[in-house]
Structure formats: structure tokens, C-alpha cells
Design a protein around this ligand. Structure first.
Ligand SMILES: NC(=O)c1ccc[n+]([C@@H]2O[C@H](COP(=O)([O-])OP(=O)(O)OC[C@H]3O[C@@H](n4cnc5c(N)ncnc54)[C@H](O)[C@@H]3O)[C@@H](O)[C@H]2O)c1
Length: 269
């Protein structure tokens, strides 16, 4: 592998890494050489992944974390530095999806998705910046990767609250990139925008379309997605994870404030 793509000596923290895209990111980062702290509300899933990665000879540890809890962020960042010897990469991946029409959505549900999908980005960047900046306890600069979505780039049916949170993730990333750069922190910030990916959340989106009568069944839902892409299929978590490895590595040293779209061509049509 090209040296710039290797993550040997780097320490990464991935949230929502118990399954899906987060688990794939943790695995790919570890396989590229990083020591990885895996967090999720589902501790058992994290522990299972740590076992699997250690069997592959990778360096991984885990903690339970609810990304909306500020006190836990402080603890997770401090434990990451103590246990793994630094903090260079944050993948702010944890998120939830709710599908609803604007006219029938509830304020409670909208506030919940705002909290999990946006507050977590703020909290993650806050504690990562404090740790990664030159006079912070990790002190080596770093790369923050915020998981957005194509739903943050264009409008979709029945996912306006979700899409709005992902638009906020995109914008937050650009502002933080400018701020950290201006302050001389050597911390890059980018957003990643997956299209529809084969995970439990991806399945949930297809089910929402069926429940709302937009498509008759799963086969029709999948066919609709296929026809919306240029590649003609849904994406895999690994395909998103490999983009994240690029942004985590020194291969992307001149990339900050950008949005990396991984959507099989969905937004380019
Ligand atoms: N799957 C897709 O098609 C798709 C597309 C675009 C963007 N995304 C984004 O990618 C990210 C991961 O999606 P996924 O498909 O892997 O989802 P998923 O639902 O399959 O997995 C999400 C993980 O996050 C964890 N989680 C949820 N709430 C949490 C909280 N409060 N604190 C900590 N962990 C929490 C869950 O336990 C789960 O392990 C999300 O931000 C999602 O919005 C997904």
C-alpha cells in the first residue's frame, strides 16, 4: 500500500460502530493500521467487533457511548488517549433515521433526530478539537469525518427531518474546517455523503417507502433505488469505509471542508 494511505501509529475513534457503516469504518481503519476505539449504545456489538478485529491482528478497544451525552464524550476521548496512546481521527458516524411526511411528523420525533444526528456532531468536534489541537492532550492535529448523506444534498420524499439534519452535518463540517484551519489547529474536517447502503438503516428506509404506499414491496423499492444510481445497485458499508480511510489518512492532507459523495452516481444524474 502507498505509505500515505497507511494509518500505522494513528488512533481513531468511531461512533455508532456496533454495526453497519460504523462497524465497516472501524474494521477498515484498523486493517489500514490504526488503533481503533469502537463506541456504540450497543456495548455487546462493540465487544464482538473488538474480538473479531483482534483475531485479525488489529488493535481495537471499545466503550459504551450515547453520542448525545456530553459527559460521556469527555470520558471516551480521555480513555481513547489513555488506552490507545493518542487521538488522530474521529469518525462521527452514529445517527438515526425516521421517515415521515412533513404534515404528519411530530415535534418530539424531529427534536430527537436533531439531537442524535446534529448534537453528536457538535459534541464530537468539540472534544476532538480540544484533544487534537497542538496544546491538547493528544496534540498531533487530526482528521474529523462527519457522516452526512445524499439526503443532505438534495430533497427526498418522506425524509425531510432526516435530510435536514444531514444538511446541518455538511454545513457544520465546513464551518469547523474553516475555524480549525484559521486557528492553526492542523485539524481537517470533511463530510461523507453515502447514497443508499445495505445496512439495517438502509432496510428501514425501504420499509418506510412501502409503509407510506410509495412502492408496493421491497423488490419495487430496490428497483427504484437501482434506477436512481449509475452503478445500478445499493452500496456496501465497505465502500463507504474505504472513502473514510482516505479522509483519515495523510493521502488527503490537502482535503478539508469538502464533501465526499459515495452514492453510485445517484446525485450526479
Ligand atoms: N445506510 C444508509 O443508506 C445511509 C445512507 C446515508 C447516510 N447514512 C448514515 O451513516 C451512518 C450510519 O448508518 P448505518 O446505515 O450504519 O445505520 P445503522 O442503523 O445500521 O447503525 C447505526 C449504529 O448507530 C448506533 N446508534 C444509534 N443511536 C446512537 C446513539 N445515540 N449513540 C451511539 N450510537 C448510536 C446504533 O446502535 C447502530 O449500531 C448514519 O449517520 C446514517 O445517517 C446511512
Amino acid at each position: 500500500m502507498l505509505q500515505e494511505y497507511q494509518l500505522d501509529g494513528k488512533v481513531a475513534l468511531v461512533t455508532g460502530a456496533g454495526r453497519g457503516i460504523g462497524a465497516a469504518c472501524a474494521e477498515a481503519l484498523a486493517q489500514a493500521g490504526a488503533a481503533v476505539m469502537i463506541t456504540d449504545i450497543d456495548l455487546e456489538a462493540c465487544q464482538a467487533l473488538v474480538t473479531r478485529l483482534r483475531e485479525q491482528g488489529c488493535h481495537a478497544d471499545c466503550m459504551q457511548q450515547d453520542v448525545v451525552d456530553e459527559a460521556t464524550w469527555e470520558e471516551v476521548v480521555s480513555q481513547t488517549i489513555d488506552r490507545l496512546g493518542g487521538f488522530d481521527v474521529l469518525v462521527n458516524n452514529a445517527g438515526i433515521l425516521t421517515g415521515a411526511l412533513v404534515e404528519t411528523d411530530t415535534l418530539e420525533q424531529v427534536r430527537r433526530i436533531n439531537s442524535v444526528n446534529i448534537d453528536s456532531i457538535f459534541l464530537g468536534m468539540k472534544y476532538a478539537a480540544r484533544a487534537m489541537k497542538p496544546d491538547g492532550p493528544a496534540g498531533r492535529g487530526g482528521s474529523i469525518i462527519n457522516m452526512s448523506s445524499v439526503a443532505g444534498l438534495f430533497g427526498t420524499l418522506a425524509h425531510s427531518a432526516y435530510g435536514s439534519t444531514k444538511g446541518a452535518v455538511r454545513s457544520y463540517s465546513k464551518h469547523a474546517a474553516a475555524e480549525f484551519g484559521s486557528l492553526g489547529y492542523a485539524i481537517r474536517v470533511n463530510s461523507v455523503h453515502p447514497g443508499l447502503i445495505e445496512t439495517p438503516m438502509g432496510d428501514h428506509l425501504l420499509e418506510t417507502w412501502i409503509d407510506l404506499g410509495i412502492v408496493p414491496d421491497e423488490a419495487a423499492a430496490r428497483e427504484t433505488i437501482h434506477s436512481m444510481t449509475s452503478v445500478g445497485r445499493l452500496g456496501t458499508p465497505r465502500e463507504v469505509a474505504l472513502a473514510v480511510v482516505f479522509l483519515a489518512s495523510d493521502a488527503s492532507s490537502y482535503v478539508t471542508g469538502s464533501e465526499l459523495v459515495v452514492d453510485g452516481g445517484m446525485s450526479g444524474r
